[in-house]
Design a protein around this ligand. Structure first.
Ligand code: HAM
Length: 402
């Protein structure tokens, strides 16, 4: 027997129901907020992710599904969606056209991580990205959109926010932090490496000993320039105005290198150690880093597998029709009726003549709301009995009235 690869699973059964429910509801909400659907290739040039997600990140450093293809191209299966969407934005020359563009996407992402509950090697994200909108109101709007998605899905969460500063205040802060880290002894090996590649990643080290050493480290939020400070204050006041509760976590730096200013994460306490259900933030230099014209960017992505563990599904109600044949003669007519009715409704049927009892059993299994059986009498009179399996009401109809 051939099994799926470690950390990969089929979208089937209950998970498939939840997957489509999440995607359908989030799609509707994203469209209301002005986002339109985009799909980018799963395979991209490796350098796209090196130049965006960043060589110092775990994703690029350790987790990429990277290989040389038959044409000797260095390619990689996307570990996340933002880089590809930014690449597409530039490929389409939207950066030259100016104006505001909003996209949403969903699909599989690949990270060669150590699989555990809530952490897969192939997982699915639903995400959205806005280009050309510098206002922090867009950051707030995106957080409000996520709140609405979680409310509709019946998912409770904690929201954490931070500001990573911009290109005025971040370099100075980074220098101060490095000076502090140079004086600090006993940091773990990962932090020693991060100190050289991307020092602010030291701040969110999961090692408790490192965290105790960082108690007196300079804090991001104490070192913001006035623009970043004002934006962060505005973000908080918009969220307050909509009664969105949040925690300010000045050590929230995110695991991807492209962020500046707003960074946020939605956390759930009900799914174990892998508790981030969505994350995102602003990336105002990324379009430029990838050779586009300077264009502001902000977005998020959420992990559909983690949401599926939390989503509250609506009660399944009876839906659609069941049409069955009671005799061999009726089968052909039933086929015609089924195909015609399927233009407007879901219709279940069996391909052989059966007793009413057997058909009722099949209709119940299919969870059909309406039940019709065609036998010799119905053929002769061109009428049928339409039974509502919920209310048990029956109606006699002419065939063409159905
Ligand atoms: P991220 O935080 O790396 O951000 O991933 C977003 C979400 O994907 C996480 O919060 C989590 O729910 C889910 N996720 C990540 N890795 C796994 C995994 N191995 N197994 C299951 N679920 C996982 C990004 O990917 C950014 N592109 C988000 C973004 C969009 N920022 C701006 N725009």
């Amino acid at each position: 027997m051939v099994n799926p690869l470690r950390g990969m699973k089929d979208t089937v059964g209950e998970f498939s129901e939840k997957y489509t429910y999440v995607v359908e509801n989030c799609t509707k909400i994203a469209k209301n907020y002005g986002f339109s659907f985009i799909e980018t290739p799963i395979l991209e040039e490796t350098q796209l992710f090196k130049r965006s997600v960043g060589e110092s990140s775990d994703i690029v450093g350790k987790e990429m599904y990277q290989f040389i293809d038959k044409g000797q191209n260095d390619v990689c299966m996307r570990p996340e969606g933002t880089a590809g969407v930014v690449r597409a934005f530039i490929t389409q020359k939207y950066d030259r056209a100016g104006g505001i563009k909003r996209f949403f996407y969903h699909g599989p992402m690949f990270r060669y991580e150590r699989p555990q509950k809530g952490r897969l090697r192939q997982f699915h994200q639903f995400g959205a990205e806005t280009f050309g909108q510098e206002s922090v109101k867009e950051d707030a709007m995106i957080i409000l959109m996520l709140k609405e998605m979680f409310d509709v899905l019946g998912i409770t969460y904690r929201l954490q926010i931070n500001s990573l500063g911009d290109f005025n205040c971040m370099p100075q802060y980074r220098d101060n932090l490095v000076k502090f880290l140079d004086k600090t002894e006993g940091l773990c090996e990962d932090c020693q490496r991060r100190k050289l590649t991307n020092p602010i990643r030291v701040l969110d080290c999961k090692n408790e000993h490192c965290q105790s050493l960082l108690k007196d480290a300079p804090m991001l939020l104490d070192n913001l320039c006035s623009t970043c400070k004002d934006d962060f204050e505005e973000l908080k006041s918009i969220l307050d105005g909509f009664n969105v509760t949040y925690e300010v976590d000045t050590k929230l730096v995110r695991g991807l290198d492209y962020y500046n200013k707003t960074a946020f994460e939605f956390i759930s306490d009900g799914i174990g150690a892998q508790n981030a259900i969505a994350g995102g933030g602003r990336y105002d230099k990324l379009v430029e880093f990838l050779d586009g014209r300077p264009t502001a960017g902000v977005g998020f992505a959420m992990g559909i597998e983690r949401l599926a563990d939390l989503v509250v599904m609506p009660e399944t109600k009876k839906e659609g029709y069941y049409i069955g044949a009671l005799s061999e003669d009726a089968l052909k007519q039933v086929f015609q009726l089924v195909v015609k009715k399927r233009k407007t409704d879901a219709v279940h049927t069996l391909y052989s003549a059966k007793s009413i009892k057997a058909h009722l059993k099949a209709a119940d299994k299919a969870n059909a709301k309406f039940f019709i059986c065609i036998g010799d009498d119905e053929l002769k009179n061109q009428t049928l009995v339409l039974k509502d399996l919920e209310t048990k009401e029956e109606k006699i109809l002419k065939w063409d009235e159905l």
